[in-house]
Design a protein around this ligand. Structure first.
Ligand code: PXG
Length: 461
């Protein structure tokens, strides 16, 4: 990047003092970081004045888009009135109370109680602690194994990373911890290459659900505490389960008395066209975690909601809950989250995603890419979409060395002012819920250009 003096100054300071998450910092410093200075709607600008269409909503979180003044004002008002107080010693504050009550009106049936934390990882870590506590209270302390899936992403704390099915997340930290085990993901597009043959999606969904039951029986239902899962797997490659999967998983969890922990960190707050992915798939979770879209990313805040079974047991324990963070239910974060929910409601962003702009994006992507020689599958729901780049579309064969082609295509996107994400060789989109039809057209055109150029480089076009 040929930066101005200001950009070069920031790049030098960043290189000297800042360690980046999920980055090879040394390699990054050679290129120089891109400094994002402001945002408005679906657009970001960098310190060189370049305009970028953010079709990933930051990290899947900016539901209402950038630069929403109502959220900024709510935060400012709370900062002036009560910049900080906690909930530890029999205290609360108006914003936390109102947010908890508001969430109870939106959450699935029976989820009337919430705890707050500050990130998705913390929420998941807390959820596992609450699951362990539940079984201890039930007099079944031997039920302690946490199951999750291949390709799962649940965050980075010791416990959340142990739930992860993305194996590169483990070796640097000697994870997973003991007491964590994995089952396969309902990734139908990859089924053929994984050796399941030409199986139909619904049959595959049932088969993969049965693998969960086999694992529970192998470990012993008396030892299995919980199954953690995203309704749609996000960072693992946007894996949409066949319709047969969730009903069968729920039957299996109920049959073996395994608590169902649903991670709604990506799928919550309208992303799939309902308030929660659980509603989209008819899932009744025992415990749910959420973050990101709760505040549209404007403030760090997450929540854990308890279904009736867990809340009755935990709240009737009549003892201190020995858990909580200094910033749990931070007044400023709660004020911003509350205003965010108001904006989502006022602008009908959930039903707009389900009925108007979600279907529009999905239709335009299918029209543009389904017949493309490099594209194996276009899949999506609401404002989540994936375009799988493959070596052989009739045989559903992937490229060797997954990630190389995807990153190549992603770089073309970046260079043309479009943020999309490459997960292995799957191009992923999750634009803000306020995205307009014109902006969808810009996303589709820029992505087409990047995929065409990638196909040309591979001699496929
Ligand atoms: N659960 C899910 C389903 C997530 O997607 C977390 C938990 C953890 O949240 P925190 O707030 O602790 O980061 C996430 C986060 C990516 C990417 O590149 C995805 C996430 C985070 C960072 C990068 O897709 N998801």
């Amino acid at each position: 990047m040929h930066g101005s003096n200001q950009t070069k100054h920031w790049q030098a300071l960043d290189a000297a003092h800042h360690v980046h998450p999920f980055s090879d910092t040394a390699a990054l410093n050679k290129e120089g970081v891109r400094v994002i200075t402001h945002g408005d709607g679906v657009y970001l600008w960098d310190s060189e004045g370049e305009k970028i269409l953010d079709a990933m909503s930051g990290l899947w979180c900016v539901q209402v888009g950038y630069g929403n003044g109502a959220l900024a004002e709510a935060g400012y008002e709370a900062l002036k009135r009560l910049p900080y107080y906690n909930h530890f010693f029999k205290t609360s504050n108006p914003w936390t109370i109102e947010l908890a009550a508001k969430l109870a009106t939106l959450l699935p049936e029976g989820h009337d109680h919430v705890l707050f934390a500050n990130s998705g990882s913390e929420a998941n870590d807390s959820a596992l602690k609450l699951i362990r506590y539940y079984w201890n209270l039930k007099g079944r302390p031997e039920k302690k194994i946490h199951l999750s899936r291949d390709y799962a992403y649940h965050g980075v704390t010791m416990a959340a990373a142990s739930l992860s099915g993305l194996t590169p997340m483990h070796p640097q930290w000697d994870l997973p911890l003991p007491g964590f085990d994995k089952v396969p993901a309902p990734y139908w597009y990859g089924a053929k290459e994984a050796g399941y043959g030409d199986i139909a999606p619904e049959e595959f969904g049932l088969l993969i659900a049965k693998k969960l039951e086999e694992k529970i029986l192998e470990l012993g239902p008396d030892r299995v505490a919980s199954f953690s899962a995203e309704p749609i797997q996000g960072a693992g490659g946007l894996i949409f389960p066949p319709d047969s999967y969730w009903p069968e998983v729920q039957r299996i969890c109920a049959r073996h008395d395994v608590l169902l922990h649903i991670d709604e960190v990506i799928t919550g707050f309208g992303r799939t066209g309902e308030w929660f992915g659980s509603q989209t798939y008819g899932i009744a979770p025992d415990i749910m975690t959420m973050a990101k879209g709760l505040s549209s990313g404007y403030q760090p805040i997450s929540a854990i909601s308890l279904g009736a079974r867990m809340s009755q047991t935990i709240l009737n324990a009549n003892e201190e809950l020995v858990h909580g963070y200094t910033y749990s239910g931070h007044p400023v974060a709660c004020a911003v989250a509350l205003r965010n929910l108001e904006v989502i409601e006022r602008q009908n962003l959930v039903s707009r995603t389900r009925d108007i702009i979600g279907p529009y994006l999905q239709r335009r992507l299918k029209e543009t890419f389904a017949g493309h020689p490099l594209v194996g599958e276009v899949r999506g729901k609401g404002l989540l979409a994936a375009i799988e780049l493959v070596r052989d579309k009739t045989e559903r064969k992937f490229f060797p060395d997954p990630g190389t082609i995807g990153t190549h295509c992603r770089n073309y996107c970046f260079n043309s002012g479009l943020v999309s994400r490459a997960i292995r060789d799957t191009m992923v989109l999750a634009p803000p819920l306020i995205v307009s039809e014109t902006e969808v057209e810009e996303i589709v055109a820029k992505l087409k250009n990047a995929i065409d150029r990638t196909a040309k480089d591979l001699g496929k076009l």
